[in-house]
Design a protein around this ligand. Structure first.
Ligand code: SF4
Length: 166
């Protein structure tokens, strides 16, 4: 798989202390994207999924892992493998994507996207929209983007928002 980079301890990409994985490659090309270096699917560096999960395993004090980008749904099988391994470590998994939840369910994301969705606890969905940019959106850039509780959503058949509990 190809990655743009990682951050071992972040407190701004979801609740608690999180390991952030920035996947390389994004075809959404949102105007005013702040990560344009991640667009080229051939950019970044090649990383073995197993070596990344080992790095996560050896990182202390983590509450969870956040898959960001770029768009992790452009490399869904590798991202799903990492998410599953993180769950096995007892870590929560957040995933950012330019696709909406409905687009993923309707098969408009790359093959394998459902596998990644099933391994995601919270999906931060939708393209960044500059006209809807807001500093008040928790963990998001624009108001169209949602924090979706994936398990609740799949169980209930309609989109359920994730809620901050602590
Ligand atoms: S989905 Fe994210 S990384 Fe991709 S273009 Fe939009 S803001 Fe940038």
């Amino acid at each position: 798989m190809r990655l743009a980079g990682t951050i071992k301890h972040s407190m701004v990409n979801g609740p608690g202390i999180r390991f952030v994985v920035f996947f390389q490659g994004c075809t959404h090309h949102c105007p005013y994207c702040q990560n344009m270096d991640t667009w080229d699917p051939c950019g970044g560096e090649a990383v073995e999924p197993e070596s990344l999960t080992m790095m996560i395993k050896n990182t202390k004090l983590l509450d969870g892992v956040t898959l960001s980008g770029g768009d992790p749904f452009m490399q869904p099988y590798d991202a799903a493998f990492i998410a599953k391994e993180c769950h096995n470590m007892g870590l929560s998994v957040w995933c950012y994507t330019g696709y909406t939840y409905e687009q993923i369910i309707d098969g408009m994301a790359p093959e394998g996207a459902i596998e990644l969705l099933k391994q995601t606890d919270v999906l931060v969905d939708g393209r960044f929209e500059i006209d809807l940019k807001s500093e008040d959106c928790l963990y998001r850039g624009s108001t169209n983007q949602r924090l979706i509780d994936v398990k609740e959503t799949m169980a209930n058949g309609h989109v359920c928002d994730w809620k901050l509990t602590d």
